[in-house]
Design a binder for this molecule. Structure first.
Ligand code: AP5
Length: 218
């Protein structure tokens, strides 16, 4: 699942995880867990994430390599927020080749002005991690609809940090598309702005059906 910050990678990956019975690997979530745990890695990356920069490739590559080997990834996995640099993409191409996995690359396209609006209205449940967008779920303003937990704003969703994240995306992540195309991946573009998550999901399921002959297993 490829696309700029706030393009809906996590939203779509969670919807697909349920319908496809595959695991969802979000490097951002994994890193935030480490920061929250306060372990050495978390302490080392907290400042980078807060400023909108990218965590070093070796750290992220190691995390992803280990995660892919877990039993719940045996049916397949959705990568959300990875690869984000050409070095990460090189490692991934090697791993997929060794495992003989036929990947699908979905590129979510959204206008940057819409992204800034979206991320300033994102709220996350401090208890269960559910993600809300205030304009989409105004009733969720006070507390989480699922568990009643307090809704919080992600540290890196402040507008000045979002702008840094978009710069990092332009500089370090957009070259990944060219690299992947060069090694034979087909990037399937999906218009992900000004349309509801369910409508976007329908488009992605159509692409999955066309490639693998199945778009839902559960
Ligand atoms: P990460 O957590 O991966 O952040 P990101 O890529 O910037 O993506 P987001 O989680 O902000 O957005 P998303 O595209 O998942 O959108 P979402 O579905 O949440 O990374 C955070 C940091 O970790 C990085 O800056 C970096 O420091 C580090 N990091 C992570 N991976 C790394 C890597 N590989 N290498 C190095 N460093 C790494 O949606 C956003 C909002 O929009 C939500 O409120 C949602 O409800 C709403 N929304 C979703 N779809 C729609 C829609 N169709 N219409 C309206 N609103 C919508």
């Amino acid at each position: 699942m490829f696309g700029p910050p706030g393009s809906g990678k996590g939203t779509q990956a969670k919807l697909l995880e349920e319908s496809l019975d595959v695991c969802h690997i979000s490097t951002g979530d994994m890193l935030r867990e480490r920061v929250a745990s306060g372990d050495a890695l978390g302490k080392a990356v907290a400042g980078i994430m807060e400023s909108g920069g990218l965590v070093p490739d070796e750290t992220v590559n190691r995390m992803v390599e280990e995660r892919i080997e877990q039993p719940d990834c045996a049916n397949g996995f959705i990568l959300d927020g990875y690869p984000r640099t050409v070095n990460q993409a090189k490692l991934l191409v090697g791993v997929l080749g060794a495992k003989k996995i036929a990947p699908m690359l979905v590129h979510l396209k959204v206008d940057y002005n819409e992204i800034i609006t979206r991320l300033s209205s994102r709220r996350i449940c401090s208890q269960c991690g559910a993600v809300y967008s205030m304009p989409l779920s105004p009733q969720a303003e006070a507390e989480c609809e699922r568990c009643g937990g307090k809704l919080t704003i992600r540290d890196d969703d402040r507008e000045e940090v979002v702008r840094e994240r978009l710069k990092a995306y332009d500089r370090q992540t957009t070259p990944v598309l060219e690299f992947l195309r060069g090694v034979g991946f087909q990037a399937l573009g999906v218009e992900a702005g000004k349309r509801s998550p369910q409508v976007i999901l329908g488009d992605i399921q159509g692409l999955i059906e066309a490639k693998y002959g199945v778009s839902k297993v559960v």
